[in-house]
Design a protein around this ligand. Structure first.
Ligand SMILES: [Zn+2]
Length: 185
């Protein structure tokens, strides 16, 4: 999809890119950061440590996880680097949860939906079994912090009785409805 066609093309939700006012980047890995340049008028939120890390990872082994062009195309955009949690609209409807470990500034989302709270994990954890058994991934930036973040997500989910969508878990995509309207189980 080209930027020009995307800016005018309404998708299944009836929204164009220009309708999107806020973009939360869980982390800048190439499978999560593509298309950021389609939102030049939005406020964009990233963990403060993550954009510099994407451009200069601490080990060359991680360089292939990032696509420099995706980040550089957003130079001059309205980026809001975060050093912790953030309540996007100030009403609790969209809360960014700092969940470092997978990347230094990794973020998850806590959404208040009409039918209940929903957590989007990003890559804080990759499968539901990783959540239930506290299994960090082998390519996390910090295993220790990843474990703490998984424990935090479990605690938040338990406290709020929130549904948790582990975003790389294919069974969760089927469970929550994938693209389009989200179904809470
Ligand atoms: Zn990732």
């Amino acid at each position: 999809m080209s930027p020009s066609s995307a800016s005018t093309d309404n998708g299944a939700l009836g929204l164009s890119c220009a309708d999107i006012t806020h973009v939360v980047l869980s982390h800048p890995h190439c499978d999560h950061a593509g298309g950021l340049h389609l939102f030049p008028h939005a406020k964009l939120y990233a963990g403060a440590d993550d954009l510099p890390y994407a451009l200069w990872p601490h080990t060359a082994a991680f360089e292939g996880h990032f696509r420099r062009e995706d980040i550089e195309l957003t130079r001059g955009f309205d980026w809001h680097p975060l050093h912790g949690d953030h309540d996007v609209f100030g009403d609790g409807s969209v809360q960014i949860l700092s969940t470092p470990g997978h990347r230094p500034g990794h973020q998850s989302l806590l959404l208040t939906m009409d039918n209940g709270p929903l957590i989007l994990t990003g890559d804080a954890v990759h499968l539901q079994i990783g959540l239930t058994q506290i299994l960090p991934s082998g390519w996390d930036w910090s295993t220790e912090r990843a474990v703490r973040s998984i424990q935090r997500l479990r605690a938040v989910a338990d406290a709020l009785d929130a549904a948790v969508w582990v975003n790389h878990d294919p069974e969760d995509w089927a469970r929550f409805g994938g693209e389009g309207e989200v179904k809470l189980p």
